[in-house]
Design a binder for this molecule. Structure first.
Ligand code: ADP
Length: 452
């Protein structure tokens, strides 16, 4: 199998037709990311000053939210130790103040919606209608040029404006992102790979605050789009999920009525009640995107503890365990499940065709370009990832799938579903990995429709 050729053919076909998509609705989370690149001495000194014994405790098991500085630092160590991402809500004002004083190296567009808006609208040139819970001046400056819109009601009429034309000075929602490179050392921990921990100082996105334009005029927004991507459910808790979930159910009803396929982008969701509620939404959802941590956490609430453990036990992640887990999700009624991990992607679909695999290839190129350049601003930037090598470890994954399911050219038939596999390109020294997961999932979902 010549993956190189499949990669370039998929890219050319998506690039030629990407402009044909009529519009994409993106809801619900947009925020400001304040990025801090961790330094060993600084972090160790902070842990010592705070009380190493207590901090280390939280590096063993993540708290549900951050109520103190020991929990913040411990959660950062949890991520470093495993090379895994995690995101927690910062409840406490003193911790927010601590983070602000610790500072940042860079400000960037944050939230899955914000990141996807800049990619789909700003880079692919597809019109996007975006939910921004709070549109502050700073937030507005983080949007790219291009067909990116937010709705506003003027004289009773629904208008679509670029976020910079919105001109309402609303609040700042800041997420502090603590990034570390592969091999980052702190005490006797060493990061097996680059990743980050996120502490969010934001009272809107964690509650999934939904703006009045989206509550009251949703049925006028939907006819203007062909696809929808929803995200941002991850920070909800059993205390605050009910109201937003009711609105989301209403939104899904309108979207399904108008035959707009909906993709749900998962993110690590600490609260088990919310995870279970998300599972109940799946019959109304066309497609989901998730990584190994997210898939394992879902298996856990489905009572599949052994499978959940298997998903986190080996590196690269055991693709047979992943397929078994995806089948369990598929049985809940979702038509497409896109799994991504470091080194390979899989998609399990209730329909068949090479375009599913080719959409994954395009997404992997977009991801590699994003990791390599930090930000992608033109679709041609994605072509620059063509020379990033396909990672070696995926060979064993491919062989395992060939042996288990008789996979050919990255496609297999498994229990009445199609399984598509691709080995990904891995950037050795990425500039940044923030938003790579969102880039992967949204690019694959959209290009699947481009290639149909
Ligand atoms: P997020 O959604 O927060 O961006 P995820 O964990 O969902 O994070 O996605 C990260 C994905 O990015 C991984 O599953 C992997 O496929 C991809 N990735 C991570 N590092 C690299 C890299 N250096 N080069 C290419 N792809 C990468």
């Amino acid at each position: 199998m010549v993956w190189g050729e499949l990669y370039s053919s998929a890219f050319e076909r998506v690039r030629a037709k990407v402009g044909n998509v009529k519009g994409v609705l993106l809801a619900y989370n947009t925020n400001i990311d304040a990025i801090k690149y961790l330094e060993r001495n600084d972090l160790e000194a902070r842990v010592e000053r705070t009380g190493k014994e207590e901090v280390i405790q939280y590096s063993e098991e993540l708290p549900e939210s951050i109520k103190g500085v020991p929990q913040l630092l411990g959660s950062i160590l949890w991520s470093v130790k495993r090379g895994k991402a995690a995101e927690l809500y910062v409840e406490s004002c003193p911790v927010r103040f601590y983070m602000r004083r610790w500072g940042w190296d860079e400000l960037r567009m944050g939230g899955q919606v914000g990141i996807m808006a800049n990619l789909i609208g700003g880079v692919y040139g597809i019109p996007v209608i975006t939910h921004v819970p709070q549109l502050s001046k700073l937030q507005a400056t983080l949007f790219n040029d291009g067909p990116i819109y937010v709705p506003r009601v003027e004289d009773g009429k629904l208008k679509l404006l670029h976020p910079r034309e919105f001109n309402n000075n609303e609040e700042n929602c800041i997420h502090y992102i603590y990034e570390f490179p592969r091999g980052f050392r702190v005490f006797d921990f060493e990061a097996p790979r680059e990743n980050r921990f996120i502490g969010s100082a934001d009272d809107y996105n964690p509650n999934l605050y939904i703006r009045s334009e989206f509550r009251e005029r949703f049925d006028e927004i939907v006819p203007r789009v062909q696809l929808a991507i929803i995200s941002g459910l991850q920070a909800l808790t059993r205390k605050n999920y009910r109201e937003p979930f009711e609105i989301i159910r209403g939104h899904l009803e309108v979207l399904n009525e108008k035959k707009v396929p909906v993709h749900l982008e998962f993110a690590f969701t600490p609260d088990k009640t919310v995870r279970k509620e998300i599972l109940k939404l799946l019959p109304e959802i066309w497609s989901v995107g998730l990584n190994e941590v997210e898939l394992a956490s879902i298996m856990e609430v489905m009572g599949e503890k052994d499978l959940a453990e298997k998903l986190l036990a080996s590196d690269p992640v055991n693709p047979i365990a992943v397929t078994e887990a995806m089948l369990k999700l598929a049985e809940l009624g979702v038509r497409r499940i896109h799994f991504h991990t470091y080194g390979y992607y899989l998609a399990l679909t209730s329909y068949r065709g090479d375009f599913v695999r080719d959409a994954l290839l395009f997404a992997a190129l977009a991801a590699a370009a994003k990791a390599k350049l930090g930000d992608v601003s033109l679709i041609n930037d994605i072509a620059s990832a063509m020379d990033v090598p396909i990672n070696d470890k995926a060979k064993a994954v491919e062989e395992a799938l060939v042996k288990e399911y008789g996979m050919k050219n990255g496609i297999a038939e498994v229990s009445g579903y199609q399984l598509a596999f691709i080995p990904t390109k891995i950037v050795e020294k990425p500039k940044s990995t923030v938003g790579v997961g969102d880039t992967i999932s949204s690019s694959a979902f959209i290009s699947e429709f481009v290639l149909r």
